[in-house]
Write a protein that binds this ligand. Structure first.
Ligand SMILES: [Zn+2]
Ligand SMILES: [Zn+2]
Length: 149
């Protein structure tokens, strides 16, 4: 019998932990304006995991707003230390979009998608092997996807 492999994400102060028993679905990078503001970086690095395979310990703070698409997105962070934790999107209620930086070093799969690349700085390079979208692929963005080399 094999034990389920667990990965634990934590904020800086350690008062919030998210333990998942399933490897991530996908890794995606988003360069949209809201992700820039929320992370304080120039892009967000998302690792999605099934919500029902994740256990959240502690009480994250949360903020909900309507995205460009008109759908709701709820962003969560630690109210004590300010670490960004995860997002939940109306369109994908079964997934937790963890902010990659809270996961242990070495646990994040290679990204396979970059969204809202029109929001990138001119000098930013594309990650290799990613499908690239000008806007948000999850919302059926019509911008043509192309694979970076
Ligand atoms: Zn904290
Ligand atoms: Zn975004």
């Amino acid at each position: 019998m094999t034990m389920a492999e667990t990965t634990t994400a934590t904020c800086i102060c350690g008062s919030i932990k998210i333990t998942t028993t399933q490897l991530p679905h996908a890794t995606a990078i988003c360069h949209c304006t809201d992700c820039r503001k929320f992370t304080g970086a120039i892009g967000a690095f998302y690792v999605s995991v099934p919500r029902d395979r994740a256990t959240i310990t502690g009480s994250p703070s949360a903020y909900t707003k309507k995205a460009d698409s008109g759908r709701w997105i709820t962003r969560s962070w630690c109210g004590n230390c300010g670490s960004n934790l995860f997002d939940v999107a109306e369109k994908h209620p079964g997934l937790l979009f963890l902010h990659g930086g809270i996961l242990p070093v070495g646990s994040i799969p290679e990204p396979n998608m970059e969204m809202y690349v029109r929001g990138c700085e001119r000098w930013e390079a594309r990650y290799p092997h990613c499908i690239v979208f000008g806007g948000d692929v999850f919302e059926g963005e019509t911008f043509e996807g192309e694979t970076a080399t």
